[in-house]
Design a protein around this ligand. Sequence first.
Ligand code: ZN
Ligand code: ZN
Length: 90
Amino acid sequence: MRYDDLKANLTLCTGARKGGGEPCRGTLYKCKQCGGIGCRQSRDDLCSDQGFSVTGRCLKCEATGQMEIIAPGDYSPQQAWLNGPQPASN
Ligand SMILES: [Zn+2]
Ligand SMILES: [Zn+2]
């Protein structure tokens, strides 16, 4: 499976990177405590829509360890594995 295919299954951050202004396209996480949604960056204040620090701390409510990955619908990686290997691209 190509990395891009894997990323396409997840909701991506639509924020812009600070400095360059390039689209972030980072994986989005949701805070179970405050419901805030944002991406996770290696440093604080890297993306306009950043929601979590590298340690998993919510930038909105300061809760730590409350982030969960956002997946669209009922997509389940485990189920995909049970159904066998992904179709080959060649
Ligand atoms: Zn929060
Ligand atoms: Zn972002």
